[in-house]
Design a protein around this ligand. Structure first.
Ligand code: NAD
Length: 309
């Protein structure tokens, strides 16, 4: 079945992918695996290599480009051919004022100039980590209508990038219109996992907070272990007990619904008292607990319905 999308004519360039809400294993655009495509990978770090390998294993023709020749020593080089898909997999540096997206901007300009095969809808797929608003504030404009835009952030771990990109737990993707959705659905259909279609800001935020959630969890376990250790108990045994008993670990879906008021009998009371206790006794984490109280008070004010903590 031919799944090549038509060129840009008639493409709905609405600001969000409203037409693809929620989680679907198949998109409303069918999602049948399409014909093999020609893909170019820009940036040959762990994410670019893993992205290219996963596509090649699914029958797509993949070439690579990197500004550092040594980075692509063992990879098939780009020869300037037209490409259906151009993947931007360059690094996102951390800068003093936040994230530095200059490499993404530069790669996007290169991607926009890659020829699109005649009669098809070409897409730039950004895999680099972005900040919320980046796609709508400058990435879409940077493509100047020459290709569609898909943001498909990478959630893999560096040491396991090849395996995790080949068999991801889930794909999160945002697109700029039906033609891009159609093409990407045909690509995703070759991956055996659910696809979460979001708006651009949703995908940008989910990527950043996936990392921050890991950081928050590690922080909680390190801090709890330090409290036990400060009172002479074994930090590793304490952390293991916490992992076994905690609702947040035992039930992965617990606490994941946004806007849920932070109420009930235990959470606000224990959070407040634990923060005061840490501050008074010099245990670590008082600032974190105070910040949690402030952030959740905001949620409770927006949705003042009591739930059991
Ligand atoms: N490393 C991971 O496991 C991981 C996991 C999830 C997400 N990410 C994100 O994915 C993105 C890529 O990560 P990475 O670790 O593979 O990055 P990396 O920095 O290791 O590799 C990026 C490559 O892109 C090349 N490059 C830079 N500008 C280029 C351009 N204009 N054209 C072509 N090549 C260019 C660099 O020379 C480098 O080889 C980043 O945004 C990162 O935050 C990484």
């Amino acid at each position: 079945m031919l799944l090549r999308a038509r060129p840009h004519a008639g493409l709905d360039r609405g600001p969000r992918s409203r037409y693809l809400p929620g989680t679907m294993s198949r998109s409303p655009f069918d999602g049948t695996p399409g014909e093999p495509l020609r893909a170019l990978i820009l940036g040959c770090g762990p994410v670019g290599r893993a992205t290219g390998a996963a596509l090649a294993r699914r029958g797509h023709q993949v070439a690579y480009r990197d500004v550092v020749a040594a980075a692509m020593a063992d990879l098939p080089a780009d020869n300037g051919d037209a490409r259906d898909l151009v993947y931007v997999c360059v690094g996102t540096a951390a800068a003093a004022a936040g994230f530095d997206l200059s490499a993404v901007r530069a790669a996007l300009a290169v991607a926009a100039a890659v020829p699109v095969p005649g009669g098809v809808h070409g897409v730039v797929v950004v895999r680099s980590t972005l900040t919320p608003g980046a796609c709508e504030s400058f990435l879409q404009a940077g493509l100047a209508g020459r290709r569609g835009l898909c943001y498909q952030p990478a959630f893999c771990r560096e040491g396991r990038a090849l395996a995790e990109e080949d068999a991801p737990a889930a794909i999160v993707a945002a697109v700029d219109g039906p033609a891009t959705a159609c093409l990407m659905a045909s690509v995703f259909a070759r991956f055996p996992c659910p696809v979460h279609w979001t708006g651009f800001a949703g995908a940008e935020t989910a990527k950043l907070w996936a990392n921050l959630l890991n950081a928050l969890k590690i922080t909680a376990f390190n801090t709890a272990a330090a409290w036990a250790e400060a009172h002479g108990d074994d930090p590793a045994v304490t952390a293991a007990a916490l992992a076994a008993a905690s609702l947040a670990v035992r039930e992965p879906a617990y606490g994941t619904r946004p806007g849920t008021p932070f109420a009930g009998r235990c959470l606000p009371k224990d959070l407040e008292a634990a923060g005061a206790f840490a501050a008074a006794t010099g245990l670590p984490g008082a600032e974190l607990l105070a910040a949690m109280k402030v952030l959740n008070a905001r949620t409770a004010a927006v949705a003042p319905v009591a739930t059991d903590g």
